[in-house]
Design a protein around this ligand. Structure first.
Ligand code: S3P
Length: 426
């Protein structure tokens, strides 16, 4: 479906963004492993997390919609063997985290997903999970899905993560809940810590010693309600939209402000953004608050490579901001972006070119010369929700046509309506 975005004069108002995708995945998985019933409040109900709900149902949990919320009846630590393959759709977080859980289960399962997911690297999780004792087969020797898993009999390992990846960290920690002896993970750089926080919320074993994270075999644990904060990664599109559109003033409410997610705020501030935020409450272990963004004259910056793991999903929208900034923006440390829902380094470069923005691209870096976005460009999402939304935002002030606009529904089903409302177009 193609969507025409007419030139937008200003964006004004308040928005409560949908629930956090990462926390929703984890809430559904741990709710399913708990004993008894609980409510997951304000979850994200979008393509990726509906896939997780379906997979956990196939594994025996009862999950029903209760208005905006999910009611979950957990199976306890022993999941049921499903009668069919488990389809993870487009969701990398789902396939990798659930592979960790299934490695601890004495059942046979097959995990698959859409064409994008079946191209994404799985060796990063199958390698440590096999070291723990799980029997896993997959295409190319277990590097690609479909993956067939027969779990059980796990032992704890000490694992130094070769990549800064919260998904790999989480897969090993989840498997560690079913292993004899301790399981330790060491991160090369801090990544989002929702798994650690959610373990603490449920009273599961978790210890932190600098970059080392330790867990161990879990005892059966009781179900407990969990409230999901708004997704910072969804808020990021509207923040940047307000910064680059003239005469704009937006407030985003109920946004998760976990410091392992908000690297983008640091970079945008350095670019001269008129942004302010306050943490107003702690919600089940996650800081939550509001962010205000107003039109700003941005300038190009050289991004600190250490910030990238703290804004790994926000690089496309940062590129959109850079296209409107005066001067050059250099973004390094982008190797991981090559293996997201699309090759995001290539997808960003192609969309900037489509909008007439000069860009140089290396294997793991982008150099963007801002200040000259042309009108009437075409956004090509490459089947990637974040590319669709980031470049729709980039084209807001000038007008743009977005191909495959439906991909936004993977993480942000109301994105287009919210945009029209805040632009005063409805
Ligand atoms: C996620 C971790 C990140 C991120 C993804 C969600 C998570 O992936 O890109 O959207 O929920 O753990 P990596 O850990 O592979 O970088």
């Amino acid at each position: 479906m193609e969507r025409l975005i007419s030139p937008t004069a200003s964006l004004k108002g308040t928005l409560r963004v949908p629930g956090d995708k990462s926390v929703t995945h984890r809430g559904l998985m741990l709710g399913a492993l708990a004993q008894g019933e609980s409510t997951l409040y304000y979850p994200l109900k979008a393509g990726d997390t509906l896939s997780t709900a379906q997979v956990m149902r196939q594994l025996g949990a009862e999950i029903s919609e209760q208005g905006e919320h999910f009611r979950i009846k957990g199976v306890g630590l022993k999941l049921h063997e499903p009668a069919d393959v488990l389809d993870c759709g487009n969701a990398g977080t789902l396939i990798r985290l659930v592979a960790g859980i299934l490695s601890g289960q004495e059942i046979f399962t097959v995990l698959t997903g859409d064409a994008s997911l079946r191209r994404r690297p799985m060796g990063r999780v199958t390698t440590p999970l096999r070291q723990m004792g799980a029997r896993i087969e997959g295409r190319e020797g277990g590097k690609l899905a479909p993956l067939a898993i027969r779990g059980g009999g796990l032992r704890g390992i000490h694992y130094e993560l070769p990549v800064a990846s919260a998904q790999v960290k989480s897969a090993v920690l989840l498997a560690g809940l079913f292993a004899e002896e301790d399981t330790e993970v060491v991160e090369p750089a801090p990544t989002r810590d929702h798994t650690e926080r959610v373990f603490r919320h449920y009273g599961l074993p978790i210890e932190l010693e600098g970059p080392l994270i330790r867990t161990r075999r879990a005892e059966p644990f009781a179900a407990k309600d969990l409230t999901v904060p708004g997704d910072f990664s969804s808020a990021a599109f509207f923040l940047v939209a307000a910064l680059i559109t003239p005469d704009s003033d937006l407030t985003l409410e109920g946004v998760g402000l976990n410091p392992t997610r908000t690297g983008l705020l640091t970079v945008l501030k350095e670019m001269g953004a008129d942004l302010s935020w306050q943490v107003s409450e702690g919600q089940d272990g996650e800081p939550v608050g509001r962010i205000r963004a107003r039109s700003s004259a941005l300038k190009g910056v050289s991004v600190d490579p250490r910030l990238i793991p703290l804004m790994v999903d926000e690089v496309p929208i940062l590129a959109a901001a850079a296209a409107w900034a005066e001067g050059e923006t250099f973004i390094p440390n982008l190797e991981e972006l090559r293996v997201k829902e699309s090759d995001r380094v290539a997808a960003i470069a192609k969309n900037l070119q489509n909008l007439g923005v000069p860009v140089e691209v290396g294997h793991d870096w982008l150099k963007i010369r801002g200040g000259s976005v042309q009108s009437g460009g075409m956004v090509e999402p490459f089947h990637d929700h974040r590319i669709a939304m980031a470049f729709a935002v980039c084209g807001l002030p000038t007008g743009v046509v977005v191909k495959e606009a439906e991909w936004a529904s993977i993480s942000f089903p109301s994105f287009w309506e919210d945009l029209e409302r805040l632009a005063g177009k409805v």
